[in-house]
Design a protein around this ligand. Structure first.
Ligand code: COI
Length: 372
């Protein structure tokens, strides 16, 4: 049934709000879609800005077969998570950062975008309406998927004249089937994820289907995911199909510099901020519990040989959070990395899992985490 023909949520929200938890086995959450109660839809009218959206029951949407998104891939998405805290409040992780990513992506894809305020408000409404689907504390999170699509119909290649902003949500556990255990990556030799001047630096829907072939081949050989190299020299790390990558050598953390082909993920940015602050804490001789001593964080070109020589490797993303990499296979050779307790992917990333630490430099944990 088309969502637009369903009753607005305001008529049913009170009833749903009374139920604390949906009927679900919270101990068995993976990363599949669990349809929740409501989704949010906001549309532009013909060449007008976004102004008014509303919650609808979750369901199929109606689109013209000539919609810009279906024919010319005019679409963007974001991913973010809401967590339930012990005191019952819901916590978002740097929600406004995702809103800004969507705005920047929309500029690249010639799309109209909701404002940061509209994005944040719509996500809050969606999560509150689906509150009974937010897993109990420690059991997972509610993954929220904002989608921006060219929904206007046209035939000639041009920006659509109408856009739809849709948000749906699903309770999730860990992204990889390995759970929190280390993942195994295959370096891809043939296919590339992004090209210079393309859309690799924004979360365009068109970036994802092209990775499926390489990912499928790797998965069929037992790998968790694929690590792509740059398309120009085929020598430098870019990113994994579903997340960014970091390496640690000695006391230096490095991650590929964004330059249009790397997605500047919110978790990537957070790890950079945190790791820089850990160095700062060490310098000031502050008590740092088990924090690792890191000299610097570099955003740079990383030749694949440096990856092979790394002490540790880990991946970051909203869906994967922080995933330690146990092995990388490159040109038939498998290299293993440190992943035990005490590794950076365990220590440095604990703040992200627990929201416990404040970044001294940017204060982002306090400022950017939003409770509702
Ligand atoms: C996310 O981390 O939210 C992503 O977009 C990855 C997606 C391919 C599952």
């Amino acid at each position: 049934q088309a969502a637009s023909s369903l009753r607005p949520v305001s008529e049913t929200l009170t009833y749903r709000g009374e139920e604390e938890y949906a009927d679900l086995n919270w101990d068995d959450l993976g990363y599949g879609l669990v349809p929740t109660d409501y989704m949010y839809i906001m549309k532009t009218s013909e060449n007008e800005k976004f102004s008014f959206g509303e919650l609808n029951r979750f369901g199929n949407i109606e689109l013209s077969p000539a919609a810009g998104v279906l024919n010319y891939s005019q679409g963007l998405f974001e991913g973010l998570k809401a967590y339930r805290k012990e005191d019952g409040r819901l916590l978002f992780f740097r929600l406004e950062q995702n809103a800004m990513c969507m705005t920047m992506g929309a500029e690249r894809m010639c799309m109209m975008s909701p404002s940061v305020e509209q994005f944040v408000d719509a996500v809050k409404q969606t999560v509150l309406a689906n509150k009974r689907w937010v897993p109990p504390p420690g059991k997972g999170s509610l993954y929220v998927r904002p989608l921006l699509i060219g929904s206007g119909a046209m035939l000639g290649l041009a920006p659509a004249s109408e856009y739809s902003f849709i948000i749906y949500a699903s309770p999730v556990g860990t992204y990889f089937k390995e759970g929190l255990a280390p993942i195994n990556l295959l370096v891809e030799n043939v296919f590339h994820r992004a090209t210079y001047g393309g859309t690799g630096g924004v979360k365009s829907i068109s970036n994802y289907a092209p990775v499926l072939k390489a990912q499928g081949q790797a998965k069929s050989k037992g790998f968790s995911d694929v690590l792509f190299l740059d398309s120009k020299t085929k020598k430098h790390l870019e990113e994994v199909a579903s997340c960014n990558i970091f390496i640690l050598k000695g006391k230096t953390i490095s991650t590929p510099a964004t330059g249009g082909t790397i997605l500047p993920g919110v978790t990537r940015k957070s790890i950079i901020d945190l790791a820089r602050d850990f160095g700062y804490q060490r310098y000031k001789k502050l008590k740092t519990e088990q924090l690792p001593e890191l000299d610097q964080v570099e955003e740079c070109l990383i030749p694949v040989e440096e990856l092979i020589e790394a002490d540790e490797v880990f991946c970051t993303g909203t869906a994967v959070v922080v995933a330690p990499v146990g092995s990388i296979t490159y040109q038939g050779k498998r290299v293993e990395f440190r992943t035990e307790d005490g590794s950076v992917s365990q220590n440095c990333t604990q703040p992200l899992r627990e929201f416990r630490w404040v970044s001294l430099r940017t204060k982002w944990i306090l400022n950017a985490n939003l409770y509702i």
